[in-house]
Design a protein around this ligand. Structure first.
Ligand code: ADP
Ligand code: ZN
Ligand code: ZN
Length: 829
């Protein structure tokens, strides 16, 4: 484990007698000073064990002191207990974390908690084990301490002890250990807590499907189980058969099935076929040639339609980087996407792939993280926190689906965006950053030459893949006007056209996706006859419906500025009194499907059914094997499903997206709908997309139908400029929360007033919006209020630096009120 170049801070030795550390204890963010025992050598970045209050906790060595500050009494300074983990972070790594903390206005410790794997700081133990592949030739040549350690380890049944134990047993153990390590006779490693136990889970096995006097329902369940191969996890059967555990127990008592505990394996390895680079299409080759030309830091927006072969470009861009013995970070937005993608990377690069995401177990995460610290060239694939992988010598950073909101962390702090951090990392490593997407976000696109009147201001190269591989056409998009359905007395959530298509799906042995866009708990009201939706007169976002049991009047409220108005009795445009209250999810769609199309085999794919580890892969495989006709899901369905047999895509209500109370609603809808459409027609047949809406004439719906990207982006950019939104203004959202509603409101008001006065006295440009109650006012007994700050950027991406007065805001927060700062927020609800 070695890093070729150490940063200046890592060169410092521990001649100094005191070390300042960051202690991993929630709520403590300042540095604490400890004495360095004479037999310990410590370097900045080392993970230490230190006494803290009554406990021993993890800490990170930050810097050394030759003398104590006068206010600290020497006698009260405690000693570092041990080095839990020697970690040679790559050069500049700490500066990166400090930059994140400064930009997002959080503590360094909060950033460290995101960056390091869980358990590393907490209660981890350094252990020493005998290297059994090497036999000591000349024990007598070793020092006494080394011999002592060796003897102890040889006695231990596992040939392994904690370092703390060895130090207590052997004098000058540190010297001995160094000697043994130099000769490669022992190695030291870190053991995290939480020893892993095999996971047991209830399984169901079919034993006798033909028992007498079974009800129809019971027979159905047994038939389903038989179709699934006679064995299923109980929870899967309950879900698939919509049944209860009581029913299963009854079936077990009749001897039809057995219920038993079985180990569930944690590994998700799939056999990988080695794979060769494809011959590139002329478009791909052109793009790749331009990427190869980049040497130093440069940012590239790779704008390729769905199925245009972006992934193949990434793979071939990575090959020469690895050949140069450099490493690569590839970020993907969500784990639902990674099985297929990581398989493709694995088959190309084999064991140089490291997959890192939060769905790994703590142990897996820790083991993978340790691999980062080795100097082997590697490709890290992971979700947003993988941008903090402490690998050295990075030659390329890639963000796939760069527009995806999954790259932003909203809770807990730091509320970082992986794209922003990726930019800093690429700058630090002086290597290219590739942002790939079929639907780039406005922030990125606005910095490319096509969006800039003065190309000299464009900071991002723009590369385009305008066609699908094999010249497959994009699927045609049909719009269904749901207002006409109502007029013709069709009250179902499925239009007549969609019903027809669903009927023929099974007959023609085809498969389809039904997509129910939904975001959070956003609820809005739309006129069922004309599609009218109330908007805030100040903020151009839709108003949100508030169901308040104690007030007789229903209020529509703006979540940016707190403007409110009563819900009108009749539509102000067409005078109809029929309103539709949006906000229902996949559950309801499943129920309707079961009623209208009982013969259709349906898989539900949303955050509820994919929560379990490996569930994404399992459901996708089931669907890919043709075990269902239809997959029903939320946004998640848009992510990277690449199934050639998908023919039909139905979008149930595009309006749920259009009317989220967010200034990015149009952009999000556009992106989501195009991503959804991109799932169809990936095989031989072109496929078809059916889009139901109450607002067929809406510019976004129109642009989507015609696949009109550029004109949409230009129009959107213009609107952002007029309304002072990003990328022209920067937003900072303050979330103020607490258990006492009055207190939260009062604090929010005080902070807003303070900020008003602050920008006024300094003559700063900008606006303070709110305070306004959050959309979901109360979460986990806490009340949330928001204050939104808009401050201008001088040039694209360059914040005009009026400093955000974090301390002034914090001073206005009483003890039991929490203030959270979200810089560049994506969720404003
Ligand atoms: P994107 O990432 O842009 O959606 P992919 O890289 O997934 O596109 O490519 C879509 C499909 O086309 C995949 O099945 C991929 O294997 C295939 N493909 C990509 N590039 C080529 C190529 N040059 N020749 C043949 N097939 C290709
Ligand atoms: Zn109306
Ligand atoms: Zn408003």
């Amino acid at each position: 484990m070695s890093t070729p170049k150490a940063s200046p801070s890592l060169d410092r030795t521990t001649a100094a007698p005191f070390v300042e550390v960051l202690v991993d204890c929630p709520g403590t963010d300042k540095l604490f000073t400890y004495r360095v025992p004479s037999d310990l050598s410590i370097q900045p970045g080392d993970i230490l064990s230190v006494p803290f209050g009554a406990q021993q906790v993890g800490a990170i060595a930050i810097r050394f002191l030759a003398d104590l500050p006068p206010e600290l009494a020497t006698t009260r300074i405690l000693k570092v207990v041990d080095v839990a983990c020697r970690t040679l972070f790559p050069p500049g790594y700490w500066q990166l974390l400090e930059k994140v903390a400064a930009y997002y206005h959080t503590s360094l410790m909060a950033v460290i908690r995101v960056a390091l794997p869980p358990g590393l700081l907490q209660r981890s133990q350094r252990r020493i084990r005998l290297n059994t592949t090497l036999h000591p030739h000349d024990i007598n040549g070793l020092g006494a301490a080394a011999q002592g350690i060796l003897a102890l380890l040889q006695q231990s049944p596992s040939q392994d002890y904690t370092w703390q134990y060895l130090r207590r047993q052997i004098k000058k153990a540190q010297v001995g250990l160094r000697e043994l390590q130099q000769q490669g006779l022992v190695e030291s490693y870190l053991q995290t807590q939480a020893p892993t136990k095999p996971r047991q889970q209830q399984a169901v096995t079919l034993t006798d499907p033909s028992a007498p006097d079974l009800t129809v329902r019971q027979q159905e369940i047994l038939t389903l189980l038989k179709h699934e191969g006679g064995e299923l996890w109980a929870q899967d059967l309950l879900r698939l058969a919509h049944t209860s555990s009581t029913t299963l127990k009854k079936l077990a008592s009749k001897g039809c099935i057995t219920l038993h505990q079985q180990e569930r394996l944690r590994l998700e390895t799939s056999p990988i076929q080695p794979d060769q680079p494809r011959t590139l299409t002329p478009d791909q080759a052109g793009v790749l040639a331009q990427i190869h030309r980049l040497q130093d830091y440069a940012e590239v927006l790779l704008h390729g339609v769905t199925g245009s072969g972006k992934t193949e470009v990434y793979l071939q861009a990575i090959t020469p980087v690895l050949a140069r013995k450099q490493s690569v970070i590839v970020l993907v937005p969500e784990i639902g996407l990674t099985p297929q993608l990581t398989d493709r990377f694995r088959s190309r690069f084999g064991d140089r792939i490291r997959v890192y995401h939060s769905a790994l177990s703590d142990g897996e995460r820790y083991d993978t993280w340790r691999q980062f610290l080795t100097s082997t060239p590697q490709v890290v694939i992971g979700t947003r926190s993988a941008i903090f992988a402490p690998i050295a010598n990075i030659g390329l950073v890639i963000l796939d689906e760069e527009h995806d909101t999954g790259y932003k962390q909203d809770q807990p702090a730091p509320c970082y965006h992986a794209r922003t951090v990726a930019r800093w990392r690429a700058q630090q490593a002086d290597c290219p950053l590739i942002l790939g997407s079929a639907t780039p976000c406005l922030e990125s696109w606005s910095q490319t030459p096509p969006a800039n009147p003065k190309p000299s201001q464009a900071s991002i190269h723009y590369l385009r893949l305008p066609r699908r591989v094999h010249a497959r056409p994009m699927p045609p998009i049909e719009i269904v006007d749901m207002r006409l359905e109502l007029a013709d007395r069709n009250h179902s959530i499925f239009s007549r056209l969609l019903q027809k298509r669903l009927h023929s799906l099974q007959q023609n042995r085809q498969q389809g996706l039904l997509f129910m866009p939904r975001r959070g708990h956003s609820t809005f009201v739309s006129c069922r006859s004309c599609g009218y939706v109330s908007e805030c007169p100040h903020c151009s976002v839709s108003l949100t419906y508030h169901h308040s049991p104690d007030s007789r009047q229903t209020l529509l409220r703006c979540h940016y500025c707190n403007y409110a108005q009563p819900q009108p009795e009749v539509c102000p445009v067409c005078k109809s009194s029929y309103f539709r209250f949006f906000g229902s999810g996949t559950q309801r769609v499943m129920e309707e499907l079961a009623k209208t199309f009982p013969e259709l085999r349906v898989i539900r794919f949303d955050s509820d059914t994919t929560r379990r580890k490996g569930a994404h892969r399992q459901l996708l495989n089931q669907f890919a094997r043709g075990e269902a006709d239809l997959m029903v899901g939320t946004q998640m369905l848009t992510k990277g499903i690449d199934l050639p047999q998908v023919q039909l895509i139905g979008v149930l209500a595009a309006d749920s997206l259009l009317n989220i109370p967010d200034f990015r609603a149009s952009e999000r809808t556009f992106q989501t709908l195009l991503q959804v459409a991109g799932r169809a027609g990936r095989g031989e047949h072109p496929g078809q997309v059916l889009l139901q809406t109450y607002a067929p004439e809406h510019p976004v719906i129109q642009a989507v139908q015609k696949y009109e990207m550029d004109s949409f982006l230009f129009a959107e950019l213009k609107q952002r400029q007029e309304a002072n939104y990003p990328p022209f203004h920067q937003l900072i959202l303050l979330r103020i929360s607490g258990l006492n509603e009055m207190m939260v409101e009062k604090t929010a008001l005080e902070i807003a007033n303070y900020l008003h006065a602050y920008i006024h006295t300094h003559c700063y440009q900008g606006t303070i919006l709110g305070p306004a109650p959050a959309n979901i006012l109360r979460v986990a007994r806490r009340y949330y209020w928001h204050v939104l700050i808009k401050r201008p950027q001088t040039e694209m991406g360059q914040t005009e630096l009026w400093p955000f007065p974090m301390q002034g805001c914090q001073r206005r927060c009483p003890q039991n009120i929490r203030l959270q700062v979200d810089v560049d927020p994506l969720k404003l609800l």
